[in-house]
Write a new protein. Structure first.
Length: 299
């Protein structure tokens, strides 16, 4: 048994199996927009819309499903439409940005509520058992049998790798001799020049926390770890400047999560066309970023 297999390499192994079987079209990117109030997540919030994206015949195909009105019945109808789409797509992998932290657990909770709704409906109609459609079982398969690939993690590692190289180049340009040291850089003789090192790193555009630059004997260490990073920062990062991303995160930009949630809800409620553009861009960009970081062609 290997003690060296980690989540990152395991995820890449799954992608390799998909690639070897020419099944990238069965990797489906999913993103949810919900009515979040008071910054409380996974607290029974309403599902407003779902975005889906996949490669189909070499092109990125994007679909959006929108809640018609604020009611439980409309939300169940939206889940049924999502189930129908998943039945058509038959995903082997559900991919998303922070999908493991929000979208996946949210859908599991909604699936339970949806199941309870179908059972209650059966009782109201005088039936002993709930009627489950083929789409329902496809929905359940997608949530319980597909591999959940959170692309946030490989992307933050990729950003950190790029930033370490950019930081090294900036330090060498400033006259420092440095070498890689784990997730950081070791700067020879840098213990007495910490402020100069911080200044050079700041000029490079690399985000390095104050506490991550410190003396180590006569040298200095600058740690550049793979920090949590938002999708908005990823799409704007220099590492992905050459990708034809849509980059529309600014449409729901706000100083706090509460502000962002309010903007998204108001766009949905007012039928603002930017709502659909925003959702389409999120799944389109996330899929394209995944293809970049995993080395997937557009076939």
């Amino acid at each position: 048994m290997s003690d060296y297999l980690d989540y990152e390499s395991f995820g890449r192994a799954v992608v390799d199996v998909i690639r070897q079987n020419n099944a990238w079209h069965r990797v489906v990117c999913i993103d949810l927009e919900t009515k979040v109030e008071g910054g409380n997540f996974l607290a029974g919030e309403r599902l407003l819309a779902v975005g889906l994206a996949r490669r189909n015949a070499g092109q990125i195909e994007v679909k959006t499903l929108r809640l018609e009105e604020e009611s439980d019945e409309a939300e169940f109808a939206l889940l049924e439409r999502l189930a129908e789409q998943l039945a058509l797509m038959r995903p082997l992998v559900l991919l998303g940005y922070n999908i493991s932290g929000y979208d996946f657990p949210f859908l599991i909770l909604k699936m339970k509520k949806y199941d309870e709704y179908l059972k209650a409906k059966a009782v109201q109609e005088g039936r002993e058992k709930a009627a489950y459609s083929k789409a329902y079982w496809a929905f359940k398969d997608a949530l319980t049998r597909a591999y959940i690939l959170d692309v946030m993690h490989p992307l933050r590692f990729e950003v950190a790798k790029h930033d370490r190289q950019a930081a090294r180049e900036a330090l060498m340009k400033a006259g420092f001799a440095c070498s890689e040291d784990g997730i950081g850089l070791r700067i020879a003789g840098g213990a007495s020049r910490i402020d100069e090192i911080k200044s050079a790193l700041s000029a490079s555009g690399v985000e390095v926390r104050e506490k991550n630059v410190r003396a180590d004997g006569s040298n200095a260490i600058a740690f550049i770890p793979p920090l949590h990073i938002s999708l908005a920062k990823v799409v704007a990062h220099p590492r992905f400047a050459g990708l034809a991303l849509r980059r529309l995160k600014h449409l729901a930009d706000g100083p706090t999560k509460e502000d962002k949630g309010r903007i998204i809800y108001e766009m949905w409620k007012s039928n603002n066309p930017d709502f659909e553009r925003y959702l389409e861009a999120d799944v389109y960009d996330t899929l394209l970023l995944a293809e970049e970081v995993f080395g997937i062609g557009d076939g």
